[in-house]
Design a protein around this ligand. Structure first.
Ligand code: ZN
Length: 326
């Protein structure tokens, strides 16, 4: 069941029953949400056909106006998921490439209606032969857009030289064209972690021009597991050893890490884990953290309040966490 195991965070985000549909009338924070999902109607239909439960109305997944009204972020990064069409476990049809193109087009068209407050991140499976072609197509259509990669869905192993070469050319293109990248790095392998980050740092980031790279979910796949903690420890070690080239903007995205509710397959944090998360957060430094809700897992306002209350963040720390990254 590797395929469904690697899907679990996506499943989880559709299964949270406690989420409120209503957005508080007066948002207290002008915040930037760096991790908000959008799916096209076709993708929603495909997933429903797979039996994946959706706990909210379809508009909450595919209608950007509804998402903006509910999410509560003043500005958002809108994250596409078209890479699922590169994985035959999610889509078995022979028009997977056309589906990916349509998914990216839907995302770019929706975001294009809100250029002042929405930045789209189109999606590509970096191992596919068409990866660079699709990257170029989306970039020429939306020069300010970012790129979302998902190494679990795309089953990317940087320890494999062939994978490394392909990922390197994708990162080179992104860096040269100033395309920010949001990377779900955890490929679900039990040994994923330090070695993968070292390869990313030494064999890719050291070589390419400065870029903006954000690692989703603090390097894990949701929650604050031992694997996530060990990834953050590896990140801190590499940073200390100056193996993360300082010319890059390198952030860790806190989305789906601080769970105060069980999601399918991921437990909420215990009191001890919240206090550990606070310690790790202090070591990382707020300026190196991107705030993201992983909406529809949480709305931005809900997740900001969860982190503030559970991590005991001061008003000043909240301000630094929630400000829009450059
Ligand atoms: Zn996500």
């Amino acid at each position: 069941m590797k395929s469904f195991a690697s899907l679990f965070l996506l499943v989880a985000m559709f299964s949270c029953q406690q989420a409120t549909e209503e957005f508080p009338e007066e948002p207290t924070l002008q915040l930037h949400d760096a991790h908000v999902h959008l799916m096209s109607p076709a993708m929603v239909a495909d997933w429903k056909a797979m039996g994946i439960p959706f706990s909210r109305s379809a508009a909450n997944y595919m209608d950007l106006d509804t998402i903006l009204a509910n999410n509560g972020g003043a500005t958002i990064d809108l994250i596409g998921m078209g890479y699922v069409y590169g994985n035959p476990d999610y889509y078995a049809g022979d028009d997977a490439y056309e589906r990916l193109v349509a998914e990216n087009d839907y995302l770019l068209a929706a975001a294009g209606k809100h250029p002042q407050n929405v930045r789209p991140f189109f999606a590509v499976d970096p191992l596919k032969a068409y990866a660079l072609e699709e990257l170029e197509r989306c970039h020429s259509r939306a020069p300010d857009a970012g790129l979302k990669l998902h190494f679990s869905t795309s089953q990317v192993y940087l320890t494999e030289p062939v994978h490394l070469a392909k990922v390197k050319s994708v990162f080179e293109f992104a860096a040269k064209n100033r395309i920010p990248v949001l990377l779900h790095f955890d490929n679900w392998h039990p040994k994923f972690g330090r070695r993968d980050l070292e390869i990313l740092a030494d064999s890719i980031l050291r070589i390419i021009p400065p870029m903006s790279l954000t690692i989703a979910h603090f390097g894990g796949s949701g929650g604050f597991s031992e694997k996530t903690k060990s990834f953050v420890s590896a990140y801190l070690d590499l940073r200390r050893a100056e193996r993360l080239p300082g010319a890059h903007t390198f952030r860790l995205d806190i989305s789906a890490v601080g769970l105060d509710k069980d999601s399918e397959g991921v437990d909420r944090l215990s009191a001890q884990e919240w206090s550990q998360l606070r310690t790790y957060l202090d070591s990382i430094g707020m300026e190196n953290v991107a705030f993201g809700s992983d909406y529809p897992l949480y709305t931005a306002q809900e997740y900001a309040a969860v982190l503030r209350d559970q991590l005991d963040l001061s008003a000043e720390e909240m301000k630094r966490l929630l400000q829009q990254p450059d």
